[in-house]
Write a protein that binds this ligand. Structure first.
Ligand code: UD1
Length: 314
């Protein structure tokens, strides 16, 4: 029987991945999540098809038996957020670096077929050239960026030294249903969703001309499923983006036009560690993994907005 494990499976991206695996034919998915930033309710209607393990990824003894013999482990568990890693660096270091190390160690010991690791576009930092391509020298600007890059390097080293198949996917600003807007560290589009629906002004940190390759979560799910199966890719890293680039001012303008409202943002100082522009070159993922993003930014935005409208946030 196929056996899949998703760490961080109660989180925004992890829970979408669990649904993707079940849609794809998995009969059961094991989830490891300590619910630090995830919620069991994110798995609501699929809960019966999930083996839920409320344990910490850093706990080798707890995760090793869950991973043993798995075909693919998708490692999504992390403490995300650039500013959080600056304001409170110890927990993000421990989870993002030590947790990833323990996960890889347990996967290697347990004969796991492949680990697909959620890396981050933040590893690129500010590059002169756009789009950002995998061969560029990484320039992490924040503890979070460095932690995610260390995880990527660890994944490659485990492939080389311990014969564990690994693939790293550098996600580019993923957004979609279930992204949690309740924390000061929430992804900007989840905050924009709440602002537009509650008709209050969003905060824009900086001049709003910074840009991101906002990537709809279902494209990232699809990329993961492809990375789980592709041949000859072990130890490698691929961009997981849409390939486009939208400024925050453009994103807010589009939301206003969809909703037919006019609300001026409140501009504040730019954040420490913030990357100015981000855009993925998706050619390697297309060539090696057969990935092809299916959702334009506007399509993803409309789907996300519909979800937030029907799932009011507390
Ligand atoms: C970074 C990574 C991303 C990763 C994420 C994890 C880059 C390019 N991207 O996202 O791959 O998944 O960390 O947390 O490094 N902002 C506002 N108002 C707000 C909140 C944020 O204007 O209320 C701005 C930020 O200053 C930033 C942009 O929106 O310029 C995006 O911020 P955020 O959504 O937090 O993601 P990144 O830090 O870009």
């Amino acid at each position: 029987m196929n056996k899949y494990v998703v760490t961080g499976g109660a989180g925004f991206i992890g829970s979408a991945l669990v649904r993707g695996l079940l849609r794809d034919g998995a009969s059961k998915v094991a989830v490891i999540d300590n619910c630090l930033t995830g919620y069991e309710k994110n798995l609501e209607e699929v809960r019966a098809s999930v083996d839920f393990h409320p344990v910490d990824v850093r706990d080798f003894d707890a995760i090793a038996p869950i991973l043993r013999g798995a075909e693919v482990v998708f490692h999504e568990a992390a403490i995300p957020s650039v500013p959080r890693s600056i304001n409170d660096p110890v927990p993000s270091h421990e989870v993002n670096i030590n947790g990833t190390f323990q996960l890889l160690r347990a996967a290697a010991a347990g004969g796991v077929g492949r680990v697909v690791y959620a890396a981050s576009s933040s590893a690129y930092g500010d590059s002169e050239v756009l789009p950002k391509v995998e061969r560029m020298v990484p320039r992490p600007k924040s503890p979070y960026a460095l932690q995610k890059l260390a995880g990527e390097y660890y994944a490659t080293v485990f492939a080389e030294c311990f014969g564990l198949e690994t693939v790293s996917l550098r996600y580019f600003n993923v957004f979609g249903p279930r992204q949690d807007p309740s924390s000061p560290y929430s992804g900007v589009l989840s905050l924009f969703m709440r602002a537009i629906l509650e008709k209050h002004a969003p905060a824009i940190l900086g001049d709003g001309e910074q840009s991101r390759d906002f990537t709809y979560v279902e494209d990232v799910v699809d990329l993961n499923l492809k990375a789980a199966r592709a041949k000859g890719v072990s130890g490698k890293m691929y961009n997981g983006g849409n390939g486009g680039r939208i400024t925050l001012n453009e994103a807010w303008a589009l939301l206003q036009s969809i909703e037919g409202v006019k609300i001026a943002p409140v501009y504040g100082p730019a954040r420490a560690g913030d990357v100015r522009h981000s855009q993925a070159d998706t050619r390697a993922a297309q060539a090696d993994l057969g990935y092809s993003p299916r959702f334009t930014f506007e399509q993803g935005l409309r789907l996300t907005l519909d979800w937030f409208r029907t799932h009011p946030q507390k």
